[in-house]
Design a protein around this ligand. Structure first.
Ligand code: KIV
Length: 295
């Protein structure tokens, strides 16, 4: 049920806050879950207003916003800085903070402490981390601390060096079996949901049917319980490459470049600022000033 609130001059409908329980119930009702990444206040605000179920402050931040080659250099401080901005913009979506490389791999204690920082200092509702059976201990400990955990299987970008590049996973029977087993282990360890990235669609559908928690697919076909995309790919804001599984809904990079070129041209030709962008001063004040400085 939604509640109605009054904004400055229009009536807006404030959505009920999305929770991990509501996430699970959507799967049970066969309703698709929506998720996108965001890294800043205005994007989070627009997504929340559009009615997105959940927002991931992904460590893809490193590539699409900070310009790193991959996600490995991203730090806890960078993640928390962007999480806080997103949390100021989005009030209804379930907010998931992505644990960066080496913030949860060294020890269960460190993983739990860092996970807590996302809720305590980042304004997040839950965390996401990458990996299968090898992460079960950390996931159990984080969940025991009262922090909802989203798993991430398949193409796990923090293991790019181990995987030999950003390539699809689970394409052989043996690899697919390991992914099914890992999904069951993550469910058992207490994850409330699992991202499946770049795996065959029929495998993602099989996993989605085998586990009771929602799967969120990216490059994993239509058989998942929800979908996520990196927003900069969807908006055409990331110029380096666009993965095959992305649908580009806009070309913001070209639109931005066009706007910047127009601005430069108008400033150089003195068409901007025009009269309407200019602060006026009354003649009487101006004359008084001239009288003062010339006196
Ligand atoms: O960092 C990220 O944006 C992600 C998504 C690709 C799921 O992990």
């Amino acid at each position: 049920m939604s509640t109605t609130s009054v904004s400055t001059n229009t009536f807006t409908t404030a959505r009920k806050k999305m929770t991990t329980l509501a996430y699970r119930q959507k799967k049970e009702r066969g309703e698709i879950i929506t998720m996108l990444t965001a890294y800043d206040y205005p994007t989070a605000l627009a997504m929340d207003k559009a009615g997105i179920d959940s927002i991931l402050v992904g460590d893809s931040l490193g590539m699409v916003v900070l310009g790193y080659e991959n996600t490995l250099p991203v730090t806890m401080e960078e993640m928390l800085h962007h999480c806080r901005a997103v949390s100021r913009g989005a009030k209804s979506a379930l907010l998931v903070g992505d644990m960066p490389f080496m913030s949860y791999q060294v020890s269960v204690e460190e993983a739990t402490r860092n996970a807590g920082r996302f809720l305590q200092h980042g304004g997040m509702d839950a965390i996401k981390l990458e990996g299968g059976h090898e992460r079960a201990g950390a996931i159990r400990s984080i969940v025991e601390a009262g922090i909802p955990v989203m798993g991430h299987l398949g193409l796990t970008p923090q293991s790019v060096n181990q995987l030999g590049g950003f390539r699809a996973q689970g394409k052989t029977a043996a690899a697919a079996k390991r992914l099914v087993e890992d999904a069951l282990i993550l469910e058992d360890a207490g994850c409330f949901s699992i991202v499946l990235e770049s795996v065959p669609a029929r495998l993602a559908e099989l996993i989605s049917k085998k586990i009771s928690i929602p799967t969120i697919g990216i490059g994993a076909g239509a058989g998942c319980d929800g979908q996520v995309l990196v927003t900069h790919d969807l908006l055409g804001l990331f110029d380096r490459f666009t993965p095959k599984f992305v649908k580009q809904y806009a070309d913001f990079h070209s639109a931005m470049q066009k706007a910047f070129s127009q601005y430069i041209e108008e400033v150089e030709s003195k068409r901007f600022p025009a009269q309407e962008h200019t602060v006026e001063m009354k003649d009487v004040e101006w004359d008084a000033l001239l009288h003062e400085i010339n006196a």
